[in-house]
Ligand binder design. Structure first.
Ligand code: FES
Length: 268
């Protein structure tokens, strides 16, 4: 059998024979992810308006240090130390963990390599560079840290679930608290659901629960866990975007909508 001879020719950047709108997806990723990064940076640096009633913004959870009397109720270790530089807000102390988890996510890597530095711009579209060192060499080899960020992301999921529990308790008018439910409670619960779908469908988690045994069929519990993770993993991109949007919306709710609405809850 003979094989046709293939010759690689040097092409100008972004050259392609594709006729479809291949640039649309990277552009959408650039706009969507870029908008989120700009908004999140603004909120991290703002350092206030992260609590509304019993609702704590997920950008500030866990709240290690409070910055005023109201936030002290939610804080783990009391007041923010006075020696802390002004740029280090309570969000800056913790957001590196979920941000690192997303930044190193296998899906996002594929998406932002294309959208932010055209590496490659898309399949069968030539790159504006000649060399390619891949993720086996520095600096991108650092992306392998993703599996460790996963453990932190799982802890954050538990903490955010606890925030939903806290968001079920409202002032009863006598100095105590009573059970209820508000729009903010539903918003924070939605955040946990979407983040759960994203985190529990992680490729690294899939490997963790099912990747070490030789015969998965002989480990029924692991096989079931593996199937569950796989089921979420099949829609990982969708979960990634829904959770990104919803975590941003949850913060918008706590920052802008909740205070504007006032009492958004009913008690039982
Ligand atoms: S691969 Fe996307 S969260 Fe792990």
């Amino acid at each position: 059998m003979t094989h046709p001879e293939l010759t690689l020719t040097e092409r100008r950047p972004f050259h392609t024979q594709r006729r479809d709108t291949w640039w649309l997806q990277p552009l959408a990723v650039f706009v969507g992810l870029g908008a989120f990064i700009v908004y999140a940076t603004f909120r991290v640096l703002e350092g206030e308006h992260f609590i509304s009633g019993p609702y704590l913004s997920p950008f500030y959870s866990p709240l290690l240090f409070g910055t005023d009397a109201h936030s002290l109720e939610h804080s783990w270790f009391g007041e923010m130390p006075s020696w802390m530089p002004a740029l280090i807000t309570p969000a800056a102390l913790i957001l590196w963990a979920p941000a690192g988890f997303r930044f190193t996510c296998y899906y996002y890597r594929g998406a932002y390599y294309k959208a932010f530095w055209a590496d490659p711009p898309s399949c069968t579209v030539s790159e504006p560079r000649k060399g390619y060192r891949g993720e086996h060499s520095f600096p991108l080899i650092i992306q392998n840290i993703h599996r460790y960020f996963l453990y932190l992301a799982l802890i954050f999921l538990i903490i955010l679930s606890y925030d939903v529990w806290v968001a079920l308790w409202f002032p009863d008018g006598n100095g105590g608290k009573t059970l209820g439910i508000g729009i903010g409670t539903l918003v924070l619960a939605g955040n946990v659901i979407f983040l759960g779908g994203y985190t529990l469908g992680c490729h690294s988690l899939r490997h963790l629960v099912g990747g070490v045994v030789d015969l998965l069929s002989k480990a029924p519990i692991r096989r079931r866990a593996y199937n569950c993770v796989t089921c979420l993993n099949e829609r990982h991109m969708l979960w990634a975007w829904m959770s990104l949007f919803w975590v941003g919306f949850s913060d918008v709710y706590v920052r802008f909508i909740g205070p504007a609405l006032g009492q958004d809850w009913i008690t039982f």
